[in-house]
Design a binder for this molecule. Structure first.
Ligand code: PAF
Length: 252
């Protein structure tokens, strides 16, 4: 596995022929990322994983500073999963002085309501990564269903010829969806967090809200993304968790 830090190196390392698959990540890899990497490995000639904690998608006061970071561990996992190129640039490589052009997805509701500016940061970094890596396929997890929705619409609206593959949410044995932020939970907080998947599994917003009674709930709502989901977001201490459960149809 080659580790590259600059846009120029990334462009020079990209093979000219074959299918290039990109798995964009912010690191702190878990089983959900590994499933994306495995799918990319099975379907592409060259697998690129980006590792970049994108400050632009964190609002002020959010957890950018405490977001878990361990590049050595991430590199070991990526290599074991068969990644060919790990693109891990420093922030000023992607946002150099003078940077001021943004993608505005105009998304509303749920995460867009509770994290103003979040999807602007996500869409901008995704478009930048897509332009730098030039993948034919990109891999995203269904856990971030609204993110998938926003990126798919950007691909369509901006005429990007990229196939977005969505992989089902991977859950731990206790039902908690794998998330980089789970690492921030104390054992007691993790116990409380289990209420979220249990509530969403009911498929019923009213019942789900009852099961979450006493917790700090941002929202529980049915959302029509690429499929209909029951989505929820809760705060446990200073950690915010999101999850969703498909209500009908198949994951694309
Ligand atoms: O889902 C994530 O980890 C991030 O939002 C992404 C897609 C890597 C963009 O920073």
């Amino acid at each position: 596995m080659r580790i590259v830090r600059t846009v120029a190196e990334m462009r020079a390392s990209r093979p000219q022929g074959g299918t290039v698959g990109l798995v964009p990540t912010m690191g702190a890899l878990h089983a959900g990322h590994e499933a994306l990497l495995q799918a990319a490995r099975a379907e592409c000639d060259c697998v690129v994983m980006s590792l970049f904690v994108n400050e632009a998608q964190f609002a002020s006061g959010e957890d950018f500073a405490r977001y878990p970071r361990d590049e050595e561990r991430d590199a070991r996992i990526a290599e074991a999963a068969g990644v060919d190129i790990l693109f891990a640039p420093p922030a000023d490589e992607l946002y150099p002085p003078g940077f001021r052009t943004w993608v505005e997805p105009n998304e509303e509701g749920l995460e867009a309501e509770f994290r103003p500016g979040h999807f602007r940061g996500v869409a901008t970094i995704c478009l930048k990564l897509f332009n730098i890596v030039r993948p034919q396929r990109v891999y995203f997890g269904q856990k971030d269903a609204q993110q998938v929705h926003v990126v798919l619409r950007m691909l369509r609206d901006l005429n990007l010829d990229i196939d977005l593959r969505t992989l089902p949410t991977v859950r731990d044995a206790d039902g908690l969806a794998f998330s980089s932020r789970n690492a921030l939970l104390t054992p007691e907080e993790r116990e409380l967090a289990l209420a979220l998947p249990r509530a969403l599994q009911t498929g019923d917003p009213a019942l789900a809200r009852e099961l979450l009674d006493g917790l700090d709930v941002d929202y529980v709502a049915i959302a029509d993304f690429e499929q209909r989901v029951l989505a929820g977001a809760i705060r446990i201490g200073s950690t915010r968790l999101i999850d969703n459960v498909p209500l009908e149809g198949e994951t694309r």
